[in-house]
Design a protein around this ligand. Structure first.
Ligand SMILES: NC(=O)c1ccc[n+]([C@@H]2O[C@H](COP(=O)([O-])OP(=O)(O)OC[C@H]3O[C@@H](n4cnc5c(N)ncnc54)[C@H](OP(=O)(O)O)[C@@H]3O)[C@@H](O)[C@H]2O)c1
Length: 277
């Protein structure tokens, strides 16, 4: 990480994911603001948001490339080819391009970057803002580049290395995953209110329950199934609730949702194939 932190890092994009990456990289001094530079397509409000974090902002990709050894590509998949074509004339051998765009294959990025060899595909999530991202990096290309990307992105939270063929599954599970958990949290708060609790109490109890359960699953060394069984007494309230959830096929529903997100990532990938020609 120290070696990576010493390099300039240029962000292409100033949207939700770029802001999450910025906050995560800056948190705890992992990367000093003077090492970070941000550009976008032209929205002054979003670039201003980045500037308020103390990082350098510019509308010029040549400027970003001059200042950076690592380029983090955080644009929507549909905008990525254009952004790559704009970067292409300014790339040199020293540049490592790390893309966090969903559905965009490494080979597609490389083609649009004029055959640039140093490209790594990564998928963080919005937990990056608080250093709690679940991030995956795809194997492929130079292992040293993948390791360098891993070193940099580990400032945002734990990183897993997977095959690129598994990336649509990663996108469906952890890329989109925070939204599934938020939906469950929303539903639990609403249920608490429906059963007579004040909204602020229902919210506080639900959030701490989610946090405590996630931490127990991560830190107790026990499987989620074992933790669930431990708090499910025969004839008790938890069992009664779980029977309703199982009866309404909660597991299958979650499975179908993740499958659909994975299919959608593949569909977006095919659209990009067609756009690339
Ligand atoms: N949001 C998530 O939870 C999440 C999780 C994992 C990965 N991702 C990936 O992150 C990427 C960005 O998503 P997002 O939610 O941050 O999108 P977003 O909020 O729409 O932001 C996209 C950014 O890209 C900029 N942009 C577009 N074309 C550009 C160009 N040619 N040159 C420079 N900047 C350009 C836009 O500029 P303007 O500001 O001028 O519009 C904007 O700042 C996506 O590919 C997504 O798959 C997102």
């Amino acid at each position: 990480m120290d070696g990576e932190a010493a390099r300039g890092i240029g962000l292409i994009g100033a949207g939700a994911m770029a802001q999450a990456l910025l906050h995560g990289l800056l948190a705890g001094g992992a990367v000093p603001p003077q090492r970070l530079a941000v550009t976008n397509r032209g929205d002054p409000g979003r670039l201003g948001q980045a500037a308020r974090l103390g990082v350098y902002t510019t509308g010029d990709k040549a400027d970003i490339c001059r200042r950076s050894d690592v380029i983090l590509l955080a644009v929507k998949p549909k905008d990525a080819f254009e952004a790559c074509r704009q970067l292409r004339p300014h790339l040199e051998e020293r540049h490592l391009v790390v893309s966090v765009a969903a559905a965009l294959r490494r080979s597609q990025l490389q083609a649009e970057l004029g055959g640039h060899p140093r490209v790594v595909r990564a998928m963080p999530n919005t937990g990056s803002v608080i250093g709690a991202s679940a991030t995956a990096i795809a194997r492929g290309g130079d292992p040293d580049d993948a390791r360098a990307a891993m070193g940099l992105l580990s400032a945002l939270g734990p990183v897993e290395m997977v095959e690129e063929e598994q990336f649509d599954a990663v996108t469906a599970l952890s890329g989109s995953g925070p939204a599934y958990i938020y939906l469950l949290i929303e539903a639990m708060i609403a249920a608490g209110v429906a059963e007579g609790l004040p909204e602020d109490v229902a919210r506080a109890l639900t959030l701490q329950t989610a946090l405590g359960a996630a931490r127990m699953a991560a830190e107790s060394g026990r499987q989620p199934e074992e933790l669930r069984r431990q708090i499910t007494s025969p004839g008790g309230t938890t069992l009664a609730a779980l029977q309703v959830l199982e009866g309404h096929k909660m597991r299958q529903t979650v499975g179908l949702a993740v499958r659909r997100a994975k299919e959608r990532a593949a569909e977006i990938g095919r659209t990009l194939d067609a756009a690339q020609g």
